[in-house]
Design a protein around this ligand. Structure first.
Ligand SMILES: O=C(O)C(=O)C[C@]1(C(=O)O)C=C[C@@H](O)C=C1
Length: 252
């Protein structure tokens, strides 16, 4: 009897070894989990799009970014996960939330960092995720103007000669600092047109004249930079951003 093409092309069915069977079963388990993650992720994206419409209109005064809510989402997940998974969970949820925000309009981030630009860029990427459109820029004032017009946010280095932060009390008073990068003592700050009640809980950012005198009340304080007698510092004093004199934001 002549062999058909099919018989020639396909090899004989071989039995899988127990190890191969175990691997195939595990991969089938991963496929089933992936299906669930995908369904839930797409469901979450759809809800995030609706949340975006429920917040102020696209022409509203503040960006769609809500650092306080992102802080709550992240700390809730971190408090529930196994400690050994904390780093993975944090990065994954930054991505998830970043894509949620992107459903409300892609976030534009302008990064200015003349010293260690790659570090600042990487910090911004980890914070805002792959969904954000991140650009390095040459002029902090232009980045502040971009943020003030509500087009996105700026990430600006503070360990430099340019004391851009002094403007947060003057021409850029519509902007708030809402995050810091580079460790316990940040080397760059994120600034945006954020609704003051939506700033994260935690350390406040203050710009004060007359050196780094402290708050008097014994609250811990970290000086970040001083220029012509004006100091930018972090404080644990419970100041209300936008209301307390000199309080220009909060970084959690
Ligand atoms: O809660 C909101 O305001 C949302 O837009 C949702 C969401 C999220 O995906 O969890 C997205 C962006 C915001 O910055 C905060 C949280």
């Amino acid at each position: 009897m002549p062999h058909s093409n099919v018989q020639k092309v396909w090899p004989e069915v071989v039995e899988l070894t127990p190890e191969q069977q175990a691997l195939a079963a595990l991969r089938a388990e991963i496929d089933a989990i992936d299906d669930q993650i995908l369904a839930l992720f797409e469901q979450r994206l759809a809800v995030a799009a609706t949340v975006g419409r429920a917040k102020d209109a696209p022409t509203g005064p503040h960006t769609k970014l809500r650092p306080d809510r992102e802080q709550t989402v992240l700390s809730r997940m971190l408090s529930k996960c196994r400690p050994e998974n904390a780093e993975a969970v944090e990065h994954l949820w930054r991505e998830i939330v970043g894509w949620g925000l992107a459903r409300q309009g892609r976030l534009q981030v302008q990064v200015w960092a003349p010293i260690e630009p790659t570090r600042a860029y990487d910090g911004a990427r980890l914070r805002f995720g792959a969904a954000a459109d991140i650009k390095m820029v040459r002029d902090p004032q232009k980045a502040l103007a971009f943020a003030a017009e509500g087009h996105g946010v700026a990430v600006l280095a503070i360990n430099t000669e340019d004391a851009w932060w002094m403007g947060l009390r003057r021409e850029w008073s519509m902007l708030s600092v809402f995050d810091g990068y580079g460790g316990e003592t940040p080397t760059s700050l994120a600034v945006g047109k954020i609704d003051p009640p939506a700033l994260p809980k935690g350390r406040r950012v203050v710009v004060t004249a007359g050196g780094d005198a402290g708050d008097g009340g014994g609250a811990r304080r970290w000086g970040l930079n001083t220029h012509h007698g004006w100091t930018i510092a972090l404080t644990e004093a419970e100041l209300t951003p936008g209301e307390a004199e000199g309080c220009v934001g909060a970084i959690g």
